[in-house]
Design a binder for this molecule. Structure first.
Ligand SMILES: [Zn+2]
Length: 330
């Protein structure tokens, strides 16, 4: 495989050029100040050159102070960051970029606390930045899972009782889908925090994230029964006696769930507010699906690329939890 081909993520189009830093030193040289970051944002937003968001005219804008771009046709004023997750931020763009670099290059990511001390910003700023980036991360995961996909629920937070899997409500229920490779290994994952394990919660998740025609492997839980009528080949494996069916029957889901729990316990000290759980799941998914990426710089590039194509996120959503349900079924 050529180097070029390897750099092609299964998510998203091939990278135009190879214009991203490979190392911290390259990063620091490439993005010394806010102006360098803004021009990178501008090129990612308008790869074919500036297009006026008001009138649609193409052509070099007039450039004014503080990064203002004025359309030479209709005189509409904008900036490279208007309409992106960076809009109206009081945090300098260079700090946002450094945050994206650390989030994508740290093997397990970082907590808001660690990010705050790394960037020299307060906790609230780091928290807000992480949450906005997590919303951008989900945009990078649009290609549906395909082939053979295991689906099962896992309980996150709180204790598991004697290895017996409950369908209870005291812990958060996370439904996990994992591509299973032949002859071995796992592909990409998707996850959703669901209110319960009924068909009304499980089936829409599968329909949103798994390509029709895929072979979906579940246990015997009735909540998955409608899948056969939704264009999937549905293989059910029913275990009655085994004390830990997930371990034996769903190796992909079991493995991913244990990595997820370890990440929440390690990086985030086990404390995840259920209102924000989906955001954490999106970050875990983004990183897991790029675990074999040759270049961390490419992962950084993907995050910034999605960030400039993700609309502004309200402060209330950062505080109280992003309304993910509005964004599912896109
Ligand atoms: Zn215009």
């Amino acid at each position: 495989m050529t180097e070029q081909a390897r750099d092609r993520s299964p998510e998203g189009p091939p990278v135009a050029g190879r214009d991203y830093p490979r190392t911290w030193v390259e990063f620091a040289r490439r993005f010394p100040d806010d102006t360098a970051c803004a021009s990178y944002v501008e090129r990612l937003r308008w790869p074919g050159g500036f297009v006026c968001p008001a009138c649609g005219a193409k052509g070099e804008p007039w450039r004014q102070s503080r990064g203002r771009l004025t359309c030479s046709t209709c005189r509409h004023q904008t900036t490279a960051t208007a309409g992106t997750i960076f809009e109206k931020t009081r945090t300098p763009l260079s700090v946002w970029f450094a945050g994206a670099w650390h989030v994508t290059t740290a093997k397990n990511g970082l907590s808001a606390m660690t990010l705050a001390s790394t960037l020299g910003v307060n906790y609230r700023v780091a928290w807000s930045m992480l949450h906005r980036y997590r919303v951008a991360m989900v945009r990078a995961e649009r290609q549906p899972l395909a082939g053979t996909v295991e689906v099962d629920e896992s309980l996150v937070g709180g204790e598991e009782h004697g290895g017996k899997r409950g369908r209870g409500v005291e812990q958060a229920i996370v439904v996990i889908a994992v591509e299973i490779k032949d002859p071995k290994g796992f592909g990409r994952v998707r996850m959703r925090h669901v209110p319960d394990a009924t068909a009304n919660s499980l089936v829409p998740f599968v329909c949103d994230v798994v390509a029709s025609g895929a072979l979906v492997h579940t246990d015997g839980w009735g909540g998955y029964n409608p899948l056969a009528n939704r264009g999937y080949r549905h293989e059910r494996t029913i275990f009655s006696a085994s004390p830990d069916p997930a371990h034996v029957a769903m190796p992909g889901v079991h493995r991913v769930a244990s990595l997820l729990k370890r990440w929440i316990l390690g990086t985030h000290q086990g404390s995840v507010d259920p209102a924000h759980l989906q955001s954490y799941l999106e970050e875990f998914t983004f990183r897991f699906n790029r675990r074999n990426s040759r270049s961390r710089g490419l992962v950084f590039y993907r995050l910034i690329q999605q960030a400039v194509h993700t609309g502004p996120i309200q402060e209330a959503e950062v505080t109280h939890g992003y309304r993910w349900s509005d964004h599912h079924n896109r």
